[in-house]
Design a protein around this ligand. Sequence first.
Ligand code: SF4
Length: 177
Amino acid sequence: MNAGEGMIRSCGIVAERDGQVISMNYAQIKPVTIENGTGVRVSLFVSGCRHHCRDCFNPETWDFGYGKPFTAETEEEVLRALSPSYIAGLTLLGGDPGEPENQEALLPLLRKLRARLPEKTVWIYSGYLHEDFLPGGRAHCAASEEFLALSDAFQTPTVTHGESSYCGNAPSGCASG
Ligand code: SF4
């Protein structure tokens, strides 16, 4: 299925596509950060990462079941945190927000953010390369094209270490560290 086919919508506690529940857990929301992108930002650390890089600072977030369920209330909490004028935008990290199931679950939040607060920027830190999100890529899913289109900065691995690659702030650890 390509982006735009099927429908993602937010229901009570999760996103849903064509009747199939899409759930995601998250580890933490930091309402005021300055280290994950430009300006003062809200950082959302999602759960789940398949890269398992050596020296990852946050291996507990590899588990997709780590942390708390990301609910409609959590979406509103993030949007509220983004509303002050001194907040430049939202940074998504983890874990890996680029995991296909996380892309799907995050898309409703990004849509709401663009609709309500279009002046805010979106930064995404991922262990996947940009080409991984393109059709045929290992992180490509029905949400990928829109997921990329709604982001302003996509931080992909800058360093490879043996057979592992690191997201964002490598090699001292990922953005979640
Ligand atoms: S460094 Fe980033 S990409 Fe690598 S395992 Fe940790 S969270 Fe995943």
